[in-house]
Structure formats: structure tokens, C-alpha cells
Design a protein around this ligand. Structure first.
Ligand SMILES: [Zn+2]
Length: 165
């Protein structure tokens, strides 16, 4: 693949990074999965595996400071992923759907950096489910939005490579 400009280069770096971090998950190992769900302070991606969704890359990116399993419980009761299952598949979403589709993109203990990372991953991957109405429990306040814009503006050029902590 020939790189044509700096943006392509940045995208490629992110892709490689994601492949590395997604290997943290050993999907067919239930023990490993249980451990992953107990982790907190991370950016995660949910990829729908139903019907054509896998081919269409239907996904959602979010962050949590609580344990991932607790965040998934919130997704079961409300939000974009639940609506996706109801609207697109006309079936209720199960916890199994959620747990099978979730991937930890990156962990980050520092809250500010975690917010930046989430914003960068969303900006980079532009996940389909994030483009719809935001989840009621994740609607940022105007203060949050201002903070995020300041952080994005302050992030150095090339920072989109999401440096590992
Ligand atoms: Zn789907």
C-alpha cells in the first residue's frame, strides 16, 4: 500500500495500534473474557455480529470509568446499541450479544486522557451507532464539550496515534 499523504499515514498507525490492543482479548476463552469485563477506565468498541452488520462494520465506541460489566448493564437498559438491535434486527439485545461483541480498545487510568482517547477513536473510526442520538446517560454537558474541544485543540499534531500509557 502506497501512502499518499500524512492523513493516510496516521490512519495506518491507528489501525496497527488497534490490532495490537484488540489482541488483548482472547475471544474464545471465557475465563479471559470474565477478567476483561472486570476492568475499568477504558475505551471500548461494540461490533454487532448479527446479519449483515459485521460486513457493514456497525459499531459503537464508548468509554467507562466503572467496570466494563457495569457499563454493559447500562447498555442493556438504554442507549444506541439497544436501539440498534430493536430497530435493525427487531429483536431484544441480550447480555450475550453485548459480551461477544465488545472489544477493549485501550485502557487509561487518567480521566482527562481517557476522554481524549475516546474522542480520538470516535473521530478516527466514525462508528455508525455513535452518529445517532447520544445515549441519555452519556450526553456531555456544555462544560464537557468545551473541555473536549480545548483538549482536542491542545493535542499535538500526530497525537492521533494514541500513545500507550
Ligand atoms: Zn446489528
Amino acid at each position: 500500500m502506497k501512502l499518499t499523504n500524512d492523513n493516510d499515514k496516521i490512519d495506518l498507525v491507528i489501525l496497527n495500534k488497534n490490532m495490537k490492543t484488540s489482541q488483548l482479548l482472547i475471544k474464545n476463552n471465557p475465563c479471559q473474557r470474565t477478567l476483561e469485563l472486570q476492568r475499568s477506565h477504558l475505551v471500548y468498541e461494540y461490533s454487532c455480529r448479527k446479519g449483515n452488520c459485521e460486513a457493514l462494520n456497525e459499531s459503537y465506541i464508548g468509554m467507562t470509568t466503572t467496570k466494563l460489566t457495569r457499563r454493559l448493564t447500562l447498555h442493556l437498559s438504554n442507549g444506541a446499541i439497544k436501539r440498534h438491535h430493536e430497530d435493525v434486527h427487531q429483536t431484544p439485545m441480550t447480555r450475550k450479544n453485548l459480551e461477544e461483541g465488545i472489544t477493549i480498545l485501550q485502557t487509561e487510568a487518567n480521566h482527562t486522557r481517557l476522554h481524549i482517547l475516546e474522542a480520538l477513536y470516535i473521530k478516527d473510526k466514525n462508528p455508525t451507532m455513535n452518529r445517532q442520538t447520544p445515549d441519555p446517560f452519556t450526553i456531555p454537558t456544555s462544560k464537557d464539550i468545551k473541555l473536549r474541544f480545548r483538549l482536542m485543540a491542545a493535542w499535538p499534531e500526530g497525537g492521533a496515534t494514541c500513545p500507550a500509557s
